[in-house]
Design a protein around this ligand. Structure first.
Ligand code: UDP
Length: 324
């Protein structure tokens, strides 16, 4: 089976390509390298194509039979999306529309879509399930929700099968530390904690310690990137027997505060985390924790990393010896 991984040079996409190649799939990676890394593409060819380039996209699908698409191409920084909303709607919505049209033209009818917990907006329950109200509070979340709506319409009109996977906080790196998280600039908590441990850049900034949580810092649900990859493969298989557009949350179901993440990182690394307390970051809800029981029940998802220490350990191995 030949799977096209769009955005396969990025963080989650590159772990996906490695996972699928190890599982015996034929993989091609499409990426415009705007934020991805050529060095992260090690298990397939790299098609350097922008989803906004319809002609190039058409050539990709004309070149060979593609059985299914996994789609990770996106701008994904919440703060940036507020300042540059058009970039988000163009890349994430128009780019995906072009991809869907090319798939339709070439008879490719299966898509696994990288969605996000940001489609929910402010949480109204302790463990957010898929029925939670969808009320994104920033253009990034809205752009992903718009795609989910397109997928529902495409299912009804054209018979497209799709699974949208709404990640909570993707974290960690491949066990062999060949690839890992490498954003520039880095905005995510765990890499920033580890970079401050390593003395790379300034001390960690804790964005707000006056939230209504036990220690005043924000609580998030961290899920290992290889557990996300496992869920994508299961989603692909799910479409063998399920028509229509489906959506599943992917999270561990456990919440950790920023200070708890720091203390687990101190245990794993044996070093202290230099930090300072900074003002709250705009758009951060106090608590975001998933209910992933639908993914466990219907996809048969069984995350292997059930402990934050193991997730941070894998990230630490990558950060001490980063290859890109
Ligand atoms: N955070 C922080 N310092 C950082 C990066 C993140 O205090 O350098 C906090 C952030 O405010 C949020 C949590 O850590 O409460 C997780 O943020 P991240 O950007 O990793 O993921 P998000 O939840 O925004 O998707």
């Amino acid at each position: 089976m030949h799977v096209l991984i769009c955005g396969g040079a990025g963080y989650v996409g590159s772990h996906m390509a490695k996972w699928m190649a190890s599982r015996g799939f034929t993989v091609s990676v499409l990426d415009n390298l705007s934020t991805g890394h050529r060095a992260a593409v090690q298990w397939s060819d790299l098609l350097e194509v922008n989803l906004l380039d319809k002609h190039a996209l058409d050539q990709v699908f004309s070149a060979g039979p593609i059985d299914a698409v996994m789609h990770f191409c996106a701008r994904s920084l919440v703060g940036e999306s507020v300042v540059e909303p058009y970039q988000y709607y163009e890349n994430n919505v128009v780019g995906t529309l072009n991809l869907l049209q090319a798939m339709r033209k070439h008879g490719v009818d299966r898509l696994v879509f990288s969605s996000t917990a940001a489609v929910y907006g402010h949480p109204e329950m302790d463990h957010i399930d898929e029925e939670h109200r969808k009320a994104p509070i920033n253009p990034y979340g809205m752009s992903k929700l718009m795609v989910e709506h397109m997928l529902a319409d495409a299912a009804a009109a054209y018979g497209l099968r799709s699974v949208s996977l709404r990640y909570f906080n993707a974290a960690g790196a491949s066990e062999d530390a060949e690839i890992g998280e490498a954003h520039e600039p880095e905005t995510h908590l765990i890499p920033n904690v580890l970079k401050s441990v390593l003395g790379q850049g300034a001390a960690l900034k804790i964005f707000g310690d006056d939230y209504p949580t036990p220690d005043g810092t924000c609580v998030r649900d961290y899920v290992h990137v290889d557990d996300l990859a496992q869920a994508h493969e299961l989603a692909l298989r799910y479409m063998d027997t399920h028509e229509g557009a489906h959506a599943f949350n992917l999270g561990s179901g456990e919440g950790y505060s920023v200070r708890e993440v720091m203390s687990v990182a101190e245990r794993v690394t044996g070093r202290s985390v230099p930090y300072e307390v900074a003002p709250r970051r705009a758009g951060d809800p106090a608590v975001l924790v998933a209910s992933s029981s639908r993914a466990r029940r219907e996809l048969g998802w069984q995350p292997k990393y059930n402990e934050l220490g193991a997730i941070i350990e894998s990230a630490w191995r990558w950060h001490v010896n980063r290859k890109f």
